[in-house]
Ligand binder design. Structure first.
Ligand code: NDP
Length: 296
């Protein structure tokens, strides 16, 4: 029987730990605050930001939101970031990506104070992650790591395949899996669009993390029996539903669940973990900035 990895349940545990930390911080006179910045009129980005604000409210984190006009010059966004960097009530800053084409994403990420960079995308934080001295682990791969730990999936000595090499998912995921640590120590292969024989790589994998953004392209016939399959992909496909679409992962759930030992559903797998880990990073940032001990 395949075990279904319940991301909603593990995320609820993380949120409960975060809420405890918020209380500890409050006792020390610190109200953790997360600032979200949106420079986009994409409805999906607007939804993501409002979900993040709602999540903050639920665990007692102060949510601050700033809209920057989509046609404003890049300097306006940089000024906003500078202002938030200087605010004592803001412990974490998240600029919702993507930003408009006339704004250089790398410059945006570099502008955020690395101690407030709760996405973990600032080059200093990327470097620290690679060096095995992470300040903030990026939310999605960190969430995957927490899911593996919650379900006692042995990473040590495992053969892991990460499908995708983006800066926000694939690369940091692979970095976490190869760390010399009890939650790492996996022999890790990173696949991408130029990988010649993905099926051959997957056939030997004890752990598969799929993050390519291609609907249901990994099916059960490509997987090793008993593998743990973590499906990061969130893809909209046309469907006969009220909204006219449904969300599917990168893995064909039906055939994969006949072969896998454990598998995450989409939705309800990695997605809730990504959101929970942002809250985790925010309380961690507040605790660090104000020198308060919290049990995270
Ligand atoms: P990107 O588009 O930035 O990266 C996709 C990666 O997949 C690239 O490295 C690309 O290779 C690789 N790829 C493309 N085609 C293939 C192929 N045929 N075989 C193997 N690899 C391939 O996406 P993201 O990393 O941002 O996101 C990936 C997916 O995860 C998306 O569906 C996204 O919506 C979802 N996501 C979900 C989150 C969650 O919380 N659950 C959070 C973030 C993302 P190359 O580099 O060569 O182009």
């Amino acid at each position: 029987m395949t075990e279904v990895i319940d991301g909603e349940a593990v995320a609820a545990d993380v949120r409960s730990d975060v809420a405890d930390c918020v209380e500890t911080l409050a006792d020390a006179g610190v109200d953790p605050g997360l600032a979200t910045v949106l420079m986009s009129d994409d409805p999906a980005s607007e939804t993501y930001v409002s979900m993040k604000q709602r999540d903050c409210e639920e665990v007692g984190i102060e949510g601050i939101h700033v809209d920057v006009d989509v046609d404003a010059p890049a300097e306006t966004l940089f000024d906003t970031i500078d202002e938030l960097n200087g605010r004592e009530d803001v412990h974490g800053i998240l600029v919702q990506l993507p930003v408009p084409d006339h704004v250089d994403t790398r410059s945006v990420l570099r502008r955020i104070d690395p101690t407030k960079d709760v996405d973990g995308f600032h080059p200093e934080n990327v470097g620290r992650l690679v060096a095995g001295d992470a300040r903030f682990k990026p939310c999605t791969p960190h969430g995957v790591q927490q899911l593996l730990a919650a379900y006692d999936v042995e990473t040590e000595g495992a053969d892991a395949v990460v499908v995708g090499r983006s800066d926000i998912v694939g690369k940091p995921m692979a970095n976490l899996l190869i760390q010399k640590s009890p939650t790492g120590n996996a022999t890790t292969t990173v696949c991408h669009s130029r990988t010649t024989d993905l099926a051959a790589k997957l056939a030997d994998a004890d752990i598969v993390v799929a993050a390519a953004g291609i609907p249901e392209f990994i099916d059960g016939s490509m997987l090793k029996a008993g593998a743990t399959v973590i499906d990061v992909g969130i893809n909209r496909v046309e469907a006969d539903t009220e909204k006219g679409y449904e969300l599917v992962g990168d893995v064909d759930y039906e055939s994969a669940s006949e072969v896998a030992g454990a598998i995450t559903p989409v939705p309800g797998g990695v997605g809730p973990m990504t959101r929970a880990m942002l809250l985790y990073n925010t309380v961690k940032a507040a605790a660090h900035q104000r020198d308060v001990d919290v049990s995270l």
